[in-house]
Design a protein around this ligand. Structure first.
Ligand SMILES: *[C@@H]1O[C@H](CO)[C@@H](O)[C@H](O)[C@H]1NC(C)=O
Ligand SMILES: *[C@@H]1O[C@H](CO)[C@@H](O)[C@H](O)[C@H]1NC(C)=O
Length: 249
């Protein structure tokens, strides 16, 4: 019993260690599912960065981080910052997350923010961050909508462009082209290696530096002769059939 515990405990520690390798696992899903967890893992390259944008009315700015504290506020993944008073309003917790994934986008929800004073039936603020595929290296973060004039279901909508959510394009190299590449590589190695050998070890000069020069030139002469023969024979055969055809008419 004790022995099995001794074996199992480090195994669990190891598993926990592997789990902690994902910073996005700091996000807590409101309701766990594997597909949502995978959508979060896709955002791993965006962690440990803060994204900032101006509000629509310019007197606020918004600060966003993927699965990490923003502006030193515990559990806050997105906050609104008043420019004058430096007042911070929690828009959403990364510990109250949903993540929906499409072919080239991930929609991230941060819920459980500070409650609205007057609007929206005093419900908790929440943020939706639409992360879309972009091949640009710059991650453009912007606010799209501050929907707070409704009875309920208010939200803040943001957009972030990133290559992290782009679909992985499978390699288009067919077996044939891989074979050709290998042949070309072998040829290149043969030519350079042979050339260096002829030049440095044998001490050849001029065209003699080509590897196996006499062998290849023999083959070259042979094929030149055979090509010329082939051309003459085919011209002769064409004329012959043409004349025999004419005679028949
Ligand atoms: C990301 O931030 C966490 C906590 O601040 C830190 O432990 C970790 O080393 C950072 N990782 C990278 C890759 O910067
Ligand atoms: C969001 O995080 C804060 C700080 O940990 C916490 O007080 C608050 O209850 C959280 N909101 C929800 C809905 O859990």
């Amino acid at each position: 019993m004790l022995l099995s515990l001794r074996i199992i405990t480090p195994l669990f520690a190891l598993l926990a260690g592997v789990q902690a390798a994902f910073i996005t696992d700091n996000c807590k899903l409101i309701s766990h599912s594997d597909s949502e967890q995978n959508a979060l893992h896709l955002l791993e390259p965006l962690t440990n960065q803060t994204f900032t944008t101006e509000g629509k009315e310019q007197d606020y700015s918004y600060i966003f981080q993927v699965c990490g504290d923003v502006a030193g506020m515990k559990d806050a993944g997105l906050v609104q910052k008043e420019k004058k008073g430096e007042k911070l309003v929690r828009i959403g917790n990364y510990t109250n997350t949903r993540a929906v994934r499409g072919s080239d986008w991930v929609l991230l929800f941060y819920e459980g923010g500070e409650k609205y004073d007057r609007h929206c039936s005093h419900e908790a603020r929440k943020a939706m961050i639409m992360i879309s595929c972009s091949t640009s290296t710059k991650n453009e973060f912007s606010v799209v909508l501050e929907e707070n004039q409704k009875e309920e279901g208010c939200y803040y909508l943001f957009e972030l462009d990133s290559s992290a959510v782009c679909p992985v394009i499978p390699s288009k190299l067919s077996a044939g082209s891989i074979f050709l590449i290998i042949v070309f590589c072998c040829l290149a190695v043969y030519l350079t290696g042979g050339f260096l050998y002829q030049r440095l070890v044998v001490g050849a000069k001029g065209v003699e530096q080509f590897p196996n020069y006499s062998f290849w030139s023999e083959i070259g002469n042979l094929s030149a002769v055979s090509i010329i023969t082939y051309i003459f024979v085919s011209i002769y055969l064409h004329f012959w059939s043409f004349f025999s055809f004419m005679k028949q008419i």
